[in-house]
Design a protein around this ligand. Structure first.
Ligand SMILES: [Zn+2]
Length: 113
């Protein structure tokens, strides 16, 4: 038997669910790619250079709370840009999908930024 608590509007309901019917029902928001939003990248690892698949993005510097002001960077005709805050050298790579980076760990998953 699995116990699950459902809280709605301050009311909590405890229910007992047979283990066979119990499974992970949480949605994994980290798998969902946010389309139509500007990708955010960070350089917490202090890399000299980060390859990105988008020419327009926001650099946050490092993961909060150590982030710098989230600034919008548009490479325009160029294929590279240096962040004026953290001096991270971003290089556009057409091999990468839009919104992704190399290394992938540089992607900042902003919550509805
Ligand atoms: Zn930066």
């Amino acid at each position: 038997m699995a116990v699950s608590a459902v809280c709605l509007n301050g009311l909590c309901t405890l229910s007992f669910i047979p283990s066979l019917a119990y499974g992970p029902a949480k949605s994994n928001r980290f798998i969902v790619m946010a389309h139509g939003t500007t990708p955010h990248f960070h350089n917490t690892e202090g890399l000299r250079q980060i390859e990105v698949g988008s020419k327009e993005f926001q650099c946050v510097g490092a993961l909060p709370p150590f982030d710098h002001p989230h600034i919008y960077i548009d490479m325009g005709k160029d294929n590279e840009a240096v962040c004026p805050y953290c001096s991270t050298h971003y290089v556009f790579s057409s091999r990468l999908a839009a919104g992704t980076s190399n290394p992938l760990s540089a992607i900042f998953h902003a919550d509805a930024a």
